[in-house]
Write a new protein. Structure first.
Length: 186
């Protein structure tokens, strides 16, 4: 089974896209991601925390209903920002942060998270593995830095394709650079 390292990135709502890049700006795909319809765009932003900032952060497409910034725990410490551990999309009461773009700034009262490790599955893949949406599984990574990732949340959608996603801190701990292999455990 594939395991991917998901680096820090930003998903924008249309309102914030216009604030940061201007009213006529459109996200253009530069690289397709493993999940159908998801892509890395040409757009880059600066994330500004209470202590420091991180420049050149990729914006992913397509546009979402609410702006979401996904960082690692190390990034949160560096920025001096509060970023709760959450599943993507669970933003109520999440961390506040500022974004700077070429056309403006956006002060967000929530939207900053450290994404929980998770597995993307189509309904057929979930059925084959005997899991349901929201189940918690374990995956094992072999190699020089072998480890078991516990508390991996099962996410199911017709547009998903089988892949475990971890953040850069987790990927570094397991010695994964970009994409690796793991084994499914219940």
């Amino acid at each position: 089974m594939k395991i991917e390292v998901s680096a820090r990135h930003i998903h924008l709502a249309q309102e914030d896209l216009e604030k940061l890049f201007g009213p006529d700006f459109k996200l253009e795909q530069t690289k397709e991601l493993s999940q159908h319809g998801q892509f890395v765009s040409q757009a880059r932003l600066t994330i500004v925390g209470p202590k420091r900032q991180i420049e050149n952060v990729a914006v992913l497409g397509p546009i979402r209903s609410q702006t979401q910034i996904e960082i690692s725990r190390t990034d949160a410490y560096f920025l001096g920002a509060e970023a709760p551990l959450r599943i993507s999309g669970d933003l109520k009461g999440s961390g506040a942060i500022k974004l700077i773009g070429p056309a403006g700034e956006a002060e967000l009262s929530e939207g900053l998270i450290v994404a929980k490790r998770h597995i993307h599955l189509s309904p057929d893949q979930a059925k084959d593995l005997g899991v349901d949406k929201g189940d918690i599984i374990k995956v094992t990574v072999s190699g020089d830095r072998a480890l078991i990732f516990d508390q991996v949340v099962v996410r199911i959608d017709k547009n998903f394709d089988q892949a475990v996603q971890v953040d850069t801190d987790e990927g570094n701990a397991a010695g994964i650079s970009g994409i690796g292999e793991c084994e499914f455990n219940i």
